[in-house]
Design a protein around this ligand. Structure first.
Ligand SMILES: [Zn+2]
Length: 355
């Protein structure tokens, strides 16, 4: 199980110098790296009262740790990872020593399952307390999928926005058609187009911020760090977080082979988090080296009639693929097809996961 640790900064940002009140009425300055407490007394700043003798009081009671929030804690699976509500520590001599708490987490918030967070703290007499919270990661709700009418076509465009995207939006507007854009942050000159895509009524989904296979498929953490970065850009541009996803290379990709099983884990993670990922059952094959506007149109006309409904893959980073859309729409509408944007209720067109 991959560990994921992300804890509230306040919990682990214990100050390097804590003023601790001693029961004998003397102040000591305790340094985390010079524990126990008395060793730190020599490092007290000028003006701080210094004891003339070691205190001789009997060891005090252990500190009392109190969890903030529930135990067990039910936590919805999410791409941002796990953040614990925290814990407090009170000691009968040292007072509030919350800042001295150390914690260890073993929670994977990317999918359903159980984990734990353990807090421990040691007071100035060397008395230690420990407390553990159970964390139960739960699956998010998702609406049921609805089978579309026969002849429904979902045009989808990956890898943009780009210099071609605004022209594509104008073509779609001219035909009153809505489509789906799985966006990246690969061309920041056109980031603004993400907002324009949403304003014109199309669906915006997450493709990848970097589209760097070797980086994003290193681990679940790496994938979801990139995912959250793209999600924030989409939110800045549209005011909403996307719920639709397409994996770079598709869910059946083998470019992630260097990390066995990563696509199996990621597809399960997205399902648990309530996202809908989509592959395609019609490829315009517009990334082939010999692809042209003509081959894109021919691929569409040949493949779409073979399916009750089609999720078509194109790339709006290719000008000739965008130039093919006008004829695709006029031919499709003339032949009784209806074009729609994907949403959470759309049928899951999935490839077989190969890794
Ligand atoms: Zn792509």
């Amino acid at each position: 199980m991959e560990k994921h640790q992300k804890l509230g900064l306040a919990l682990i940002a214990a100050g390097c110098a804590l003023a601790a009140f001693c029961g004998l009425g003397l102040y000591y300055v305790n340094h985390r790296d010079t524990m126990p407490a008395m060793a730190g007394a020599t490092a007290a700043p000028a003006g701080t009262p210094v004891p003339t003798a070691e205190p001789t009081a009997a060891p005090n009671a252990a500190p009392v740790l109190t969890l903030i929030g529930d135990d067990p804690l039910f936590y919805p699976a999410q791409p941002g990872g796990y953040e614990d509500p925290g814990c407090t520590a009170i000691d009968d001599r040292d007072g509030d020593i919350t800042a001295k708490i150390e914690c260890a987490a073993d929670v994977n918030a990317f999918h359903t399952g159980e984990g734990s967070v353990t807090y421990s703290v040691t007071d100035s007499d060397g008395m230690t307390a420990t407390i553990t919270r159970r964390v139960i990661v739960t699956a998010a709700d998702r609406p049921d999928t609805v089978t579309p009418e026969a002849g429904t076509v979902y045009l989808t465009f990956d890898d943009g926005p780009s210099a071609n995207t605004e022209h594509l939006l104008d073509i779609l507007d001219a035909y009153g058609v809505k489509a789906t854009f799985f966006v990246t942050n690969c061309n920041e000159d056109y980031t603004w187009c993400i907002g324009e895509i949403a304003r014109r009524g199309h669906s915006v989904g997450i493709h990848s911020a970097t589209h760097d296979y070797n980086a994003i498929y290193q681990s679940e953490e790496a994938y979801f760090a990139d995912f959250c970065r793209m999600q924030e850009i989409i939110f800045e541009q549209t005011g909403e977080y996307a719920k639709l996803v397409r994996f770079p290379g598709g869910s059946s990709n083998t470019v992630s082979h260097f990390n066995p099983g990563i696509m199996t884990r990621l597809t399960n993670d997205l399902n648990d988090m309530g996202y809908a990922y989509f592959d395609w059952n019609v490829s315009a094959a517009d990334t082939a080296s010999d692809a042209t506007r003509y081959t894109v149109i021919e691929n569409f006309k040949e493949s779409v009639p073979k399916h009750d409904y089609s999720v078509v893959l194109q790339h709006d980073t290719n000008a000739f693929s965008v130039d093919a859309v006008e004829e695709i729409l006029s031919w499709g509408i003339k032949n009784g097809y209806s074009f729609r944007a994907l949403d959470l209720t759309s049928p899951a067109v999935h490839h077989s996961v190969a890794n």
